[in-house]
Design a protein around this ligand. Sequence first.
Ligand code: FES
Length: 171
Amino acid sequence: MNNSEQKNNRRDFLFTATYTVGAVGIGATIWPFIDQMNPDSSVKALATTEVDISQIQPGKSITVLWRGKPVFIKRRTPTEISEAQSVSLDDLKHPEKDKDRVKKAEWLVMMGICSHLGCVPLSDKGDYNGWFCPCHGSHYDTSGRIRKGPAPTNMEIPVYAFIDDNTIKIG
Ligand code: FES
């Protein structure tokens, strides 16, 4: 094998090796994305969820699963409501009025997912009597708004509606 043939073979090898790594890399990146876009039938069946809220006492909350994610339903006390309503928007990292986050002041319905990296915050904890995310220390108030810590935004409000006084439909 002369010098020039050796160079050609080496280049072919490098090209093949690079191409193969590239293909594997792309495959690994795209798969989870495609997978997420094809929810299985159990997830599709839960596109909407009806929740009986008649047993939730003032000050208590429940967590329900909707589309595989936790949703907090909190029945707020008059104190928690007035705390949420009296906050100045200037004090908020993600300014949202409490009245724009609820359909009835007594009921807060929101995704139970920290906006930082997706942990599930603990209720009735933290410096603002709302929720506390122990993963990296984010504090949320009684309206689920971020008040302290690394989370960038308030906890999200899902689409929901009151079917009657005792039933909420999420989704
Ligand atoms: S995931 Fe909640 S603070 Fe980081």
